[in-house]
Ligand binder design. Structure first.
Ligand code: NAD
Ligand code: TYD
Length: 339
């Protein structure tokens, strides 16, 4: 089996590559990533030693390069992780989000149509459903929940989802889509809530909580997400959408307090800052479909996963310290300087 994994130098894509190389030693994995600020080749250091792995520095919007790659590799499957992924950046600059999610996804699927494919899988997000109110804990996102996006990021992902479903209906492309809740774990880029708070706490810097910190996210350990995608690409029904989430809802403020406690840092570091524009209140997934059809259940409890994650950041300081030492400083100043 030859699998193209796009966006594999980022957080979830790299975890997926390690998961697949480990579980299926006979599979060939070809990573396509153009190495934006969020892509990091050092993340794939170990994979690069594996003869079953190939890295290609290619932009998924580059039709010619993608077609050439398909001619060379004859992939059986494509798993598309490549996207701009940070909501705050999408509020600053929506264009690149639309370019990659919509045009990039179209190029990947056109290549699949031209050269043939057993499965095209689109990695999407629960954010396409918009948000839920805090006072209705009985409500969850199902696969039937209407798409109702809040940010340019989630809108770009929803646009891509609709395009993927249209390629299935119009051209019969064998697609699946997964919509997952917030992930955490190793190689998470330190602009996102959990790694940012870990890095700042370790440096005794303020911990910038947006608004009142009451917003709720449904956190899933990244390996459980990889396991779900593995089940979907092998056993999921073509043309179907699968929600992925572990019923692990937590308020942002409780996440930040947990990190302080685990690192032995004072909660006095917590600083409430101006809220994100259009900030979604609550995400909560109903994962009944993937459980009933594919037997998926998350394995890692949050109490265990957050400990493992913090330990990973303590053991791999060089990885994230290198990232936050360069361009990132300018980003941080711009986003948090006057907040
Ligand atoms: P990330 O930002 O860490 O990684 C994205 C990767 O895609 C990077 O390596 C980047 O270089 C690459 N990339 C971006 N544009 C590209 C292009 N035009 N061509 C080739 N490569 C390109 O993101 P992530 O958190 O790992 O998210 C991966 C996917 O999972 C995204 O599609 C995201 O929407 C989705 N998702 C993420 C979460 C989460 O909690 N992080 C939850 C649900 C779904
Ligand atoms: P984030 O990790 O950006 O993921 P998403 O917006 O896709 O859910 O943010 C998670 C939550 O944490 C979200 O409600 C915004 C909040 N947040 C902060 O309070 N402070 C921060 O510095 C960041 C990056 C996020």
């Amino acid at each position: 089996m030859n699998i193209i994994v796009t966006g594999g130098a980022g957080f979830i894509g790299s975890n997926f590559i390690y998961y697949m190389l480990n579980k299926y030693p006979d599979y060939r994995i070809i990573c396509v990533d153009c190495l934006t600020y969020a892509g990091n080749l050092s993340t794939l250091k170990e994979a690069l030693k594996n003869p079953k792995f190939r890295f290609c520095k290619v932009d998924i919007r580059d039709r010619k390069a993608i077609y050439n790659l398909f001619e060379e590799e004859h992939p059986d499957m494509v798993v598309n992780f490549a996207a701009e992924s940070h909501v705050d950046r999408s509020i600053e600059n929506p264009k690149v989000f639309l370019d990659t999610s919509i045009n990039g996804t179209a190029v990947m699927m056109d290549a699949c149509r031209k050269y043939g494919i057993k499965r095209y899988h689109q990695v999407s997000t629960d954010e396409v459903y918009g948000d839920l109110p805090l006072d209705r804990p009985d409500l969850f996102f199902t696969e039937e929940t209407p798409l109702y996006t809040s940010s340019p990021y989630s809108s770009s992902k929803a646009g891509a989802d609709l395009l993927v479903l249209s390629y299935h209906r119009t051209y019969g492309l064998p697609v699946t889509i997964s919509r997952c809740s917030n992930n955490y774990g190793p190689y998470h880029f330190p602009e996102k809530l959990i790694p940012l708070m870990i890095a700042n706490a370790l440096a005794d810097k303020p911990l910038p909580v947006y608004g009142k910190g009451e917003n709720v996210r449904d956190w899933l350990y990244v390996e459980d997400h990889c396991n779900a995608i593995d089940l979907i690409i092998h056993n999921g029904r073509v043309g179907e959408v699968y929600n992925i989430g572990g019923h692990n809802e937590m308020k942002n403020i409780d996440i930040v307090k947990t990190i302080c406690k685990e690192l032995g840092k004072s909660e006095k570091l917590i600083t409430y800052v101006t809220d994100r524009k259009g900030h979604d209140m609550r995400y909560a997934i109903d994962p009944t479909k993937i459980h009933n059809e594919l037997g998926w259940l998350p394995k890692t409890k949050f109490t265990e996963g957050i400990k493992k994650t913090i330990q990973w950041y303590l053991d791999n300081r060089e990885w994230w310290e290198t990232i936050i030492s360069g361009e990132y400083q300018k980003y941080y100043e711009k986003m948090y300087g006057n907040r």
